[in-house]
Design a protein around this ligand. Structure first.
Ligand code: HQG
Length: 192
């Protein structure tokens, strides 16, 4: 489906490779919307106004609120590898507990070193186990779900930011992390 393809391309464009398409990004990740529409139009054989309409629709309907449009500009809310300022947060409560889905092979290292942004600028946290499983499944068919004690982190001076439906941090030290769901434990002794 074209919408999903365009949405994925848009995520990549705004998070990882704007310069490849000659786009200028301001320090907070904002890019001129018309210029983005031109890139999308060319790539997907659309007119500029069709591309603009599709991008606006994607921004409105995206379940994870990946994109934000304001004053003729667009940005990705989270997920960047390019150098943008990430230390902003939307209004709204930060849940007392958050979750992170990851691969079984990363677990030991995470419990030892904490959660690191790796190739991105922030660590990404989910507000439900269900969402964390979805994220983890991108890395492992049987992902591990970690519980993050967000309230304790904040109490002890760490910042957690709200970016649409996703929450972010610069780093999560091991002391705030607990394994809540590890399917390999459930299936121990299972000979199949
Ligand atoms: C892991 C998607 C070893 C971390 C998602 C993750 C999210 C460590 C991987 C957003 C580690 C990085 C981001 C350590 C962290 N040792 N492994 N110390 N610390 N890791 O893709 O969170 O659909 O950069 O657990 O839904 O999977 O694109 O991060 O497995 O919100 O909008 O290193 O991207 O959103 O992987 O995903 P990623 P992520 P979209």
């Amino acid at each position: 489906m074209k919408r999903i393809k365009v949405s994925k391309f848009l995520s990549g464009l705004l998070r990882h490779f704007p310069e490849k398409y000659g786009l200028k990004v301001n320090p907070y990740g904002w890019v001129d919307l018309e210029s983005v529409a031109e890139v999308v139009a060319k790539r997907y054989g659309l007119t500029k106004s069709q591309a603009l309409k599709l991008i606006k629709e994607l921004e409105k309907t995206d379940a994870k609120k990946r994109f934000e449009i304001k004053e003729g500009r667009i940005r990705a809310r989270y997920g960047h590898s390019i150098k943008v300022e990430t230390k902003w947060s939307e209004e709204g409560e930060i849940p007392t507990v958050l979750y992170h889905g990851t691969s079984r092979s990363s677990l030991n290292s995470i419990l030892k070193e904490g959660l690191l942004p790796i190739k991105r600028r922030e660590v990404h946290l989910s507000k439900s186990v269900k969402e964390a499983i979805e994220v983890g499944k991108r890395h492992d068919k049987n992902p591990v779900v970690l519980k993050i004690k967000a309230d304790e982190m904040i109490k002890e001076g760490y910042q957690i930011r709200k970016k649409g439906e996703v929450f972010t941090a610069d780093f999560v030290p091991p002391k705030y992390i607990e394994v809540v769901y590890n399917i390999t434990e459930d299936s121990k002794g299972d000979s199949t």
